[in-house]
Design a protein around this ligand. Sequence first.
Ligand SMILES: *Cc1c(COP(=O)(O)O)cnc(C)c1O
Length: 420
Amino acid sequence: MNEAEPNSFERELAERLQSLRQGNLYRELRTVHSPQAALIQMNGKPLLNFSSNDYLGLANHPEVKEAAIQATERYGAGAGASRLISGSLAPHQELEETLAAWKGTEAALSFVSGYAAALGTIRAILTKGDLIVLDRLVHASLVDAAFQCGARVRVFAHNDLDRLEDVLKSSQSKGSAGMGNRLKFQDSPGVRAPRKRVLIVTESLYSMDGDFAPLREITALKERYGAWLLVDEAHAGGLYGPNRRGMAEALGVADRIEVHMGTLGKAVGSSGGYICGSRALVDYLINSARSFIFSTAPVPAAAGAAKAGVRLIHSDTGACRVEQLWERVRQVGRAFPGLAGKKEQPFPSAIIPIILGEESEAVHVSARLRDHGVFVPAIRYPTVARGQARLRLSLSASHSPANIQTLNEALDGALGRGGR
Ligand SMILES: *Cc1c(COP(=O)(O)O)cnc(C)c1O
């Protein structure tokens, strides 16, 4: 190719990148030459890390690392093929037994990522003619799955139970769309058309706002209207409830939820995604979740580490680390009552958003904090809505009180006392 004259493909990409830069939406990778711990080496500079979702500091726990090494020694670096093709390696099976025992469900299935779990599961459960009802702020993996599954997509305002009920009500009054039409039940007098399937999808703790879904009320609504419920506990699994299963446990509604979803890459400290639920759900997903069937199994190291992470969460170590995490959250809250304690929340949250609005402002404040040796990422469109750019501060049990003190001083310099 002639370098002086880029073809239309390269030219168009260059234009798109330019417009991202102009909108302060351009993103680039920053190389880290250290583990993802409280202190990282980013682009050659030591920074206190307030960007990670490793809430309990398990990603660098000796037992978790050792489990990854042991799994690699015994089962190799790669998994070879999909589990349905080359046989299912023992570490995956053991992980799933550990997950089901932790979550108190009949069965569990692990995926290469939480993203893959969302995509494979929702596409397997729903089809054309069904209805999927999403909270407006659910994660991109759930949005993508919803638009790919063929069902009609309805979105309700964030955590707005009235709007959710409106959608459920209108779905009933419109009668049956899916199976009903196909089977022409509506033409036969006296034969009730099978209702179309309705799946409600919510996170339990929202990843960019750090606020909680009203899970009790959503569960009651889904029962009143005969819908099904998928709850993504990506940011809550490991942190809430007597067994730290997540918010569904903390709020006492776990047994009434059809599909529990989560990731192994956040509090668990490894990598991968999971679905927990009935034996039938898991058997069905093994047979029909395309992201499970048509993807090479996760590496043994990831499964081994995840199993160790789940075990630690389920043990006294998990309880201690969660307490330590809330102590760090309170330390930020005492310095910035305007931030951590802004909203009356039923539970503490390790995710503290600092909403700045303008994309450029978020980028500049994040850069100022980096100058003070503190890394808090700027979160911009399309991760959050336009004009809702923010810093997303996430705390970990691995932060020391001195780390938090440094953070508080840096925030004070960058934002002014009391947050904004
Ligand atoms: C991170 C995340 C996922 C995706 O999980 P991965 O394992 O990182 O692919 C899904 N849902 C939510 C809410 C998340 O925050």
